[in-house]
Design a protein. Sequence first.
Lengths: 1098, 248
Amino acid sequence: MIRFEDVSFHYGGQRGTGEGVDHLNLRVAPGELVVLVGRSGCGKTTVTRLINGLAPHFYEGVVEGAVYVNDVCVTTSDLSKTHALVGSVFQNPKSQFFNVDTTGELAFGCENQALPREEIHARVMQTCEDMKLHALMNRNIFDLSGGEKQQIACGSAYAAQPLVFVLDEPSSNLDRKAIRRLHDMLVRVKDQGRTVVVSEHRIYYLMDVADRIIYMDDGYIVAEYTPDELRALSEDELHSLGLRTPDLEDLRGSSGVTGGKGEVAVSSKPSVEAVDLSCYRGGNQIIDIERLALPENSVIALIGDNGCGKSTLSEALCGVVPSNGSVAFDGEFFSNKQRSHRSFMVMQDVNRQLFSETVLEEVMLNSDISEADARAILEQLDLGDTVNRHPASLSGGQKQRVAIASALCAGKDIVFYDEPTSGLDRAGMERFAALLKSMRDRVKTQVIVTHDPELIMQSCTHALRMDNGRVTGLYPLDEDGRQRVLYYFTSEDDGSTSRRRTRVTPLGKILSYTGRFKRTTVAAAAFMTLGAIFQVLPFLIVYWLISRALAGSPPTVQEAALPLVGILVCLVLYAILYIYGLQLSHRSAFGTLENLRCSLQEKLEVQPLGSVADMGTGALKKLFVDDVESIELLLAHMIPEGIANIAVPTVVMLIMMAVDWRLALLTLIMIAFGVSASGQMYGVGTKFMGSYFAATKRLNNTIIEYVNGMDVVRMFNRDSESLTKFEQAVHGYRDFALAWYKVCWPWMAVYGSIFFTCTLFTLPFGAFLVLLGQLELQNYVLCLCLSFGIGPLLVNVMQFASAIPQVNMKIQTLEKSLDRLPLRVSENDYTGTSHTVEFSDVHFGYGNDEVLKGVSFTAEEGQMTALVGPSGSGKSTIAKCLTHYYDVESGTICLGGQNICDMSLEALYSQLSYVSQEQFLFNKSILENIRVGKPEARDEEVFAAARAAQCDEFVLSLPDAYHTQAGAAGGMLSGGQRQRIAFARALLKDAPVLVLDEATAHIDPENAEKMNAAVAELTRNKTLVVIAHRLSSIVNADKIVVLDGGRVVDEGRHDELLARCAIYRTLWTSSEQVDSWALNSDPVAVSDVAVSECGASC
Amino acid sequence: MNFELYGDDSTGVIKLDPRTKMVIFLSCAITSINMYNDQYMAGYIAVLCLILALCGKRIMALKAFAAFAVLFFLRYCIQMQGTGTGVAISLVSVLLTVFIFMFPMVVSLLLLIQTTRIGQFLAAFQAMHLPAAAVIPVAVLFRFIPTVADERAGINKAMAFRGIEMTMGNVVRHPAQSIEHLLVPLLFSSVDVMEELAAASEARGLSTNLVRTSYEEVRLRPLDYVVMAAFIAFAVYMLTFSVTGLTG
């Protein structure tokens, strides 16, 4: 398929860098995948260019020998022939697309092959499907992130379906999932019998698809390996060849940065802190961070999938993109501009940040460092012999170091790097890692946005994981942390995380929620406009009266009567129309709120139950009630009144023009001044507004917490602590609110006075014109009257104008607060063959802590499987994952062989009941509360279930027995009683799988015994998963799974475990002690509380 | 006005062929410099705005027409009143007249750019059998404008880190230096991008000898012929009358 016959090539023209290649002989068969590896400058890229014909047809040079692709000699035939045979993907994502829209770009290669349109459409659709590009279709390429652009480039080559694919470092900007998709694409094209040549530094992802790996050095093919041979090479051999690791698992063993001798210790003091940071772009909230603190002397790897907001976060922290919230460096809060002067970012495209003629000038630009010091810094960075060269003449790595040197010379403390090692070979990457380490004592914090696990393992102290604009974890790279990072990079997930973002204007966003009330809004605006016209009309009537008087014939009382009545009618009409308009606008506003709440509810519905619970009832209540409500007032008045208030002054200005254009223009200029003043206010106002809202939110949350936790606070005498927090929130709110008003008030005053006194300027000028005889007196009076009329309207307009961003921001925040990934479910019914529960390699974590670290076990049908382990070992988390409260990060949970993500929640819950530690009862009768388990159950069935769950005795002692109201959230009942009712519910539901999470924790031992017996009876032939602290209740379990630190330590029966598992023995002993203590004490004194406290303490 | 180059005609009621839009643009250029009749002008612009609205840019069309109406009205008022000193009147009227005469061209240019994707342009050019040497530079130009904007945004950020950002103060104090700091990286970076882009497009077959096909369907429909004929006819009518001096 590809044949190199003694090919040598050396660049001769103006274009192209590198030394060229010599005497290459290479044959690549159809369906073969060959990887070219080697140090930077070894000639890999030249080989790819020889295949796609760019050398010698674009990059001129001297060529000897010939390259054949499918019997076409690409060295001699024209590029216009080669392109149909060879599809290329290049390294730099930003310079390889020709179109501005993504769909056009995907079709580009096909178009050049002159395929019929239907075929192109089909291929574009197919590519979109195969490469999961749905979210990227029909978008402006300039809105995409680097990794997303690269995906489009791969897709475009794929759509063209060439015989040979040539990829030059395609993975440099891709996230792990996109690399996975690239890998899958390569597998697919290989299976289709196409030939692939990949030049790459990062080779780990190619190991299972590559047939041969060709090692090049200095323009020659030096060696050839199979993947197995390459994997067999030792670390030292790889190092001497300058190759990166072929297997990420190898990194597991390598030692970390922390803990090394002579290292700068990471202090716990934060050097960068962000509170309530949010970032908006094009009508969407991109970043939503409540609190983030980056420790001092750390090197932080910022990882996350393409388009999750990594770059935006780093730019927001640096202050080069507008953001809301507060960011502190070293405990001191700074404005955006101050931050940009105190921090530095080494950009991916370093050409953008080299400004001067020589390297020395470059690093000294705008810094007050002495030349000697600057030279010293350059020397340290290996740039000593380049001081007088032009930065543009340096190599990529050198340019990067010049940029770093300029940051050091300017004394910057916080340095960000954007993908610093994309396209670097091993030596370059290692040099950079060493540089990062050596910088640790000179700069406070370094943050690296990267997709390069090798770099992270070599140089970083912390990992900061982002997901969809949120920080989902900041953890040190100790043993666990390293595992977690590696796990992130090796998990085989190929989903696309790109999100479709549409640009909408603030007003458009608000209107999009009005839905069917759009008409009402329009009608309201129409009525109000009409009303406002009647508001102005009296001025015209007054003008008529005055002009009569001025003309020397003052109207008589009879003549004046009609106009005066007219004025009255106008005013009445104004009032009526205005009120009616207001009524309509309120109707539409409340309708909009309804739509908003419904849309929020829809979003809440698909959220994992667990994340809903994590958000807290307080926050959700605030979201649904307060936040939405606060929009109403603005919405009801803003749009219709705003339109009315703009329409009328416009009409008035036109009338004034018709009367006298000079006065009109003069007034217009004054209005322009006023508008610009309010524009200023609008500008500074929005800048502070985010912080103001953040402070409001903090205040709200603190108050809720303060009130909710009051009992605990008082009981433990923590009054002062909680009070301080409360005070802080109150003070913060006051300060931000004052800051906001402080910047807004001067401008408010300016525009307010200008609008009210726009007559002030027309008055003297008009009088002057009248004196000159250029303006008739009555026209002058009319203009004055009109100016008086529009002043207040304009003030209103300005107020509404400032309200638009407020509402918009609130809506965006609402949208963002519920845009976490929805629960992965499908529409499928339960099709499992049995009711065996199977966990395989399940990973799951809440925020910074990974709770389940690869849990695998099976709970057989008809058996009782118990999960035991010390507190925090992940028992309850397993139950929550099984009941699909959360989506697991990776691994699978199957029920009867069917993945629980592959069935609907209804299907899952029809097979499964769950009794948890905390139970919620509705404020209905106990009978109805139990019936929730099976709504169609007859009363007798309910009673039977209740009896089995030992409810009978306490329920019958209640005043109305089973018809007693349970009180709000079951407040009338004790914990143990609630638990028994919940148990009855589960029994009534009679699902084949039963999950009991500490189901007997609140129940006193005596009843627990009875209940266990009942459980055993009722759960025969069912899959029973029990989580228990009191091991006595599970000694008879068919299988006991012992968990510790998120891993399965051992599993077996009670006796086996007692014999061989130390952890189990310890658990057993302590549980025995508690049980004996509980039984020995006075049975009357054993209250639910005491037992549950025991349970919690073991 | 924002000349964003990502054309979008998805919301349009009618879809005109890019060639039709080009004809409209050319006809506007000819017509507006030969048209001295206010009523004709008003009608002409109204039709243009109507087409713009029908092609999907309703709000833009409305804004453009409102702006035109106000300027037109102001000029009319000035002419009618005849007050004010000579200098002021002539200054304002000349400005207004220039604006008004440029209006058809601006509106038709908006129509052309904002509702046409690059793929459609290329397809249209191809359908016109223009040589590749004429087509590609136009496409590259469209691609280049957002590239420069993108680079500029990046450079601005880099300048902020170095404390040499393009603020009013800096530009006034050191104008030459500020421009240098902007242009040097812009040129280096753009040259790199353009070279790589050229290589990529060559490798992907832009210079093919085949007749390129297109993802975008570009076809002249009856409506296109009607619109084109109307605009050409009007341009010819205006041209003849202006040349023969029958109006004025």
